[in-house]
Write a protein that binds this ligand. Structure first.
Ligand SMILES: C[S@@+](CC[C@H](N)C(=O)[O-])C[C@H]1O[C@@H](n2cnc3c(N)ncnc32)[C@H](O)[C@@H]1O
Length: 218
């Protein structure tokens, strides 16, 4: 399963940024047709706004992907210590190129389901567009919780099923078969049940088939 994910992101590494940021007419059409026009750029900005502009602590960005959405914010947080992690070496190389020469940012290859960091290492864990790709989602929930300090923030956005028949069809029949997404996917209710067991939910929103939220570890 992990090899399928790795191969999928290897093959899409050159078009990934354009699709996610709607950089050309085809990706704009794709987003309009299959994602009800939900704009990943807007969601990314909302998610990043949960992180204070003067944040000084330790932050984990998992999965960093190509850092297309996070680059500017991470570079601006000069007094923070930021760890960017991704399973795909191909995606990580692009993140490394973007974040080059930033001494407060470290890029490492790894698996969210088996993080090498000690318990309670980070003040913030950010997971942007990650959980719909992660093969073992329960391990990913456990590991991101484990490495967060008590009182630390878990901030994320990703696809949930049950909001749009067209998006669910695309995810099931194309994106999952190619390896960009990996089932099983949660509904809004299933996800909230998981989050409530682990966190205090401070803010949560749905935009089309995407959910984004800000939680705090008790
Ligand atoms: C849709 S991309 C999101 C990247 C970035 N956060 C963004 O919003 O552009 C999903 C990423 O998850 C990574 N990924 C998949 N499974 C993973 C795992 N088990 N551990 C860490 N990263 C993983 C993929 O390599 C890919 O880069």
């Amino acid at each position: 399963m992990k090899d399928k994910v790795k191969d999928a992101y290897e093959s899409s590494k050159n078009i990934y940024d354009d699709v996610l940021t709607q950089g050309n007419i085809f990706s704009q059409l794709y987003i309009k047709l299959f994602w009800s026009g939900t704009d990943d750029n807007v969601i990314a900005q909302k998610v990043l706004s949960y992180i204070p502009d003067d944040f000084k602590g330790r932050l984990l960005d998992v999965p960093v992907g190509t850092a297309v959405f996070t680059k500017n914010k991470w570079i601006s947080l000069k007094n923070a210590h930021i760890t960017c992690l991704d399973y795909s070496q191909d995606m990580l190389e692009q993140a490394k190129n973007r974040l080059n020469e930033q001494t407060h940012i470290q890029c490492i290859q790894g698996d969210v389901g088996n993080l090498e960091m000690n318990d309670e290492t980070f003040d913030i864990v950010l997971s942007m567009n990650g959980f719909h790709a992660f093969p073992d989602k329960m391990k990913a929930f456990q590991e991101t919780w484990r490495v967060l300090k008590p009182g630390g923030d878990f901030i994320a956005c990703f696809y949930i099923k049950g909001k749009s028949k067209r998006t669910d069809w695309l995810v099931k029949n194309i994106l999952s078969k190619k390896g960009w997404f990996t089932p099983p996917f949660q509904t809004e209710e299933e996800l909230e049940n998981i989050l409530e067991k682990l966190y205090q939910i401070l803010d949560i929103h749905i935009d089309g088939s995407m959910i984004y939220f800000h939680c705090r570890k008790r």
